[in-house]
Design a binder for this molecule. Structure first.
Ligand code: CDP
Ligand code: MG
Length: 695
């Protein structure tokens, strides 16, 4: 890397103090002159710009650099560009920057392409599952989800094409981020030329530093001239946020959605200009809030024309994303209602008011009941602080917390729990196995997963025929499942479908299940939506109903009017067609040729059972959304009102996923014959267990 300094720029002055004990301290270095386009000026105003030279120096000299900086300071959009300017993408190498969220990947990649004045997909590209917008040989800066980078390791275990990998948003501690950190640490031992940057908004930098600091001495003290220091460097970029005044509720609320709506209306009525950012939990409550705020503003006829209300969650189309980032027209006020994606992943300029519900949707897994579900759960103090910080971007702001101060101080947990410790680990185990890592309990994780969860994962994978009794991937099933970038249960369902002769149908189902919802969300038009569903509904359940919808969509010539008439989300259906095409390619690579069962819904349900037998339930009490018990662990569960089986109550069902509010609700449900369970997984239902010692 002798070519590393940008031609014409100076080496950093003696402004760096290399502190062998605990990283590096900084003084800012003078900024170089990089041209005067509009973007250039904006780039130079970002807080990280002052550290450009220091960052490059550290990356050159340390195997790992940890960068902590306020949201909006320019970490994600600038650092990859600095690296490229300094020559890290020379000679066909690629600079990678990972994000936990797909929407963030798309959004930052298009921003960086714009700043660099290049077409997205050429010098700057991105890859998310089922969407690859890169041009091999041309793309120098690549944004991708951490999950996609993990997948790339299966073909290229040392990730040889990358010169620098920036693992961004590390504070989120997503399952894939933690897996990636563990694996990158291994790769680093084999690749001295690889540099890691771990960046985050808030992080316990010391603990990550000690995770990456292997005490192993190598090649004597002096080392080779090009050898990077193994001691990670820590750099902290000072923020430049303005003060944010925090307001709490006097009394707790039981309806945060309504409280959020009233707060937005009150801000709009009483406060000067400035955009509002509202944190809710997911597409359902966000869509509801958008509708309520729009209606309320119209009813009151007060300033209603001045409000632009926009949702922000994953799965939004590109044009919807653009609206969110485009500047608010004069005299208007933008209200963005978001999941926690706007907490640190994306920065919205112009926000002055934040409304924080205090909740987010989180994944939880209980290894005892083997139930994984999405729960609307309280956020941590660290998250609440981040959310509040979003109000101080352009001038002093205000944050309205929809909970009491006492709750914040006394009850809110200080930090969130890493996803690794609250997830079903089956997908993670199978990936590590596919990478040849056999000793999974002994794997060096940034946060250790619960051993019970590991044992459960082993057990389920064994029942699915993916692992053998020695906890090795089976051939061909195990290896094939590992190839498919979907949950192992879905992958198993697809492989079984190919044996049963219904792969055409099953990949349609798999594509639809990988989309949040194919229905348009309608508050107040529930009756019409239910009627629309009835047009497609069949007694076999939701999956088979989806097949009817897909058929109808194709039959209409993929018409948007047809979707509109049937309360179906046109964008979602287009996405389904795309994903289905991708899945088709993947299964073809596995040697599977699609075959249709020509309307035999029994084999379709058998294939689903082959993947999802662990989600079988039996009816306990009949009634609207009658109560069921899971066969595995006798947990009480109910059919979700959105299911076509809500009023039908078949005796035996299998669900796709659970969401939990006051109860566990099964989403996407089919009726089954219990004999299929024994057929699909005799060992699972006869309680025969593999040997956990095989771990
Ligand atoms: O990663 P970090 O939170 O440190 O900041 P960033 O995402 O790199 O954002 C730096 C700046 O770029 C912020 O001022 C953003 O508002 C701006 N930006 C933007 O205007 N549009 C985007 N799509 C992304 C970033
Ligand atoms: Mg960022």
């Amino acid at each position: 890397m002798s070519q590393f300094w940008k031609p014409g720029s100076d080496r950093p002055r003696a402004a760096l103090l290399d502190d062998e004990e605990g990283g590096v301290l900084f003084f800012s270095t003078p900024s170089a002159d990089y041209g005067y386009s509009n973007h250039e000026k904006q780039r130079q105003r970002l807080p990280v710009f002052k550290y450009r030279t220091s960052i490059l120096y550290l990356v050159e000299n340390h195997a790992t650099t940890i960068i902590v900086g306020e949201t909006g300071s320019g970490k994600t959009t600038q650092i990859p560009q600095y690296l490229k300017e300094a020559g890290w993408a020379a000679g066909g190498r690629v600079i990678a920057c990972t994000q936990p969220r797909r929407l963030a990947v798309q959004s930052v990649a298009s921003r960086v392409a714009e700043e660099m004045g290049v077409k997205l997909g050429e010098e700057v590209g991105y890859t998310i599952r089922f969407e690859d917008l890169t041009n091999p040989g041309v793309t120098m800066v690549k944004f991708l989800t951490d999950g996609v980078l993990l997948r790339e390791m299966m073909n290229d275990p040392l990730l040889t094409k990358y010169s620098v990998i920036m693992v961004d948003e590390a504070h989120e501690r997503s399952l894939s981020t933690d897996m990636l950190l563990g694996l990158l640490k291994k790769i680093q031992r084999r690749r001295r030329d690889l540099r890691l940057i771990i960046s985050s908004a808030t992080i316990d930098a010391k603990s990550l530093s000690s995770f990456f600091h292997t005490s192993r001495k190598r090649h004597g003290e002096a080392g080779d001239a090009c050898e990077p220091k193994m001691l990670p460097a820590i750099l902290s970029v000072e923020g430049r946020g303005y003060d944010v005044r925090i307001h709490y509720l006097e009394e707790p609320t039981s309806d945060y959605l309504q409280a959020a709506v009233s707060t937005v209306i009150a801000i709009h009525d009483q406060e000067p200009t400035g955009d509002i950012l509202v944190f809710l939990t997911g597409q359902d409550d966000i869509d509801a809030a958008v509708q309520l705020i729009t209606e309320e503003a119209q009813n009151l006829r007060r300033n209603s024309s001045g409000l632009i209300v926009l949702p922000l969650y994953s799965g939004l189309s590109r044009s919807d994303q653009d609206l969110i980032f485009s500047p608010t027209p004069k005299g208007k006020r933008k209200v963005v209602i978001s999941t926690n994606i706007a907490e640190t992943s994306l920065t919205l300029e112009g926000v002055v008011f934040v409304v924080d519900s205090g909740f987010s949707k989180q994944r939880f897994y209980n290894p005892v009941s083997d139930i994984e579900n999405l729960v609307v759960a309280p956020i941590s103090k660290a998250s609440a602080r981040q959310r509040a910080g979003r109000a101080g971007r352009v001038r002093p702001g205000k944050c309205y917390r929809l909970y009491t101060e006492e709750y914040f101080v006394k009850e809110m947990p200080a930090e969130g729990i890493p996803e690794m410790q609250r997830s079903n680990l089956a997908p993670c185990v199978i990936q590590l196995k596919a990478l040849g890592i056999d000793n999974i309990l002994g794997f060096d994780w940034p946060a250790s997963p619960a051993p019970e969860a590991m044992v459960r994962a082993l057990e389920v994978l064994y029942s699915l025929g993916i692992l053998d009794a020695d906890a090795k991937l089976t051939s061909p099933t195990g290896f094939q499942v590992a190839e498919i970038p979907l949950d192992p249960m879905i992958s198993k369902m697809i492989l079984s479908a190919s044996l049963l002769g219904c792969s055409e149908e099953i990949i349609t189902i798999a594509a639809i299940l990988s989309i949040q919802s194919i229905w348009v969300s309608v508050r107040g038009a529930q009756k019409e939506l239910d009627e629309a569903k009835l047009r497609f509904a069949v007694a076999e359940g939701d999956h088979v109903t989806y097949l009817n919808i897909y058929k109808g969509f194709l039959h209409s010539g993929k018409s948007s009017q047809w979707c509109h008439k049937n309360f179906i989300n046109y964008q979602a259906m287009k996405k389904v067609v795309e994903i289905r095409e991708q899945l088709n390619k993947i299964v073809q690579r596995l040697g599977i040729v699609l075959k249709s069962c020509e309307g035999d819904t029994q084999v379709v349900r058998k294939a689903i059972t082959a993947g999802f037998f662990a989600h079988a339930c039996r009816l306990e009490a009949f009634g609207q959304g009658g109560s069921y018990k899971t066969i595995r662990s006798s947990q009480e569960v109910y059919i979700h009102p959105s299911s076509v089986l809500f009023r039908v109550n078949p005796k035996w069902v299998i669900y796709h996923s659970l969401v939990s509010t006051d109860r566990h609700y099964m989403c996407n449900v089919i009726s089954i014959n219990p004999s299929w369970l024994i057929e699909a997984a005799p060992h699972f239902y006869q309680q025969q267990k593999p040997n956990p010692a095989a771990f």
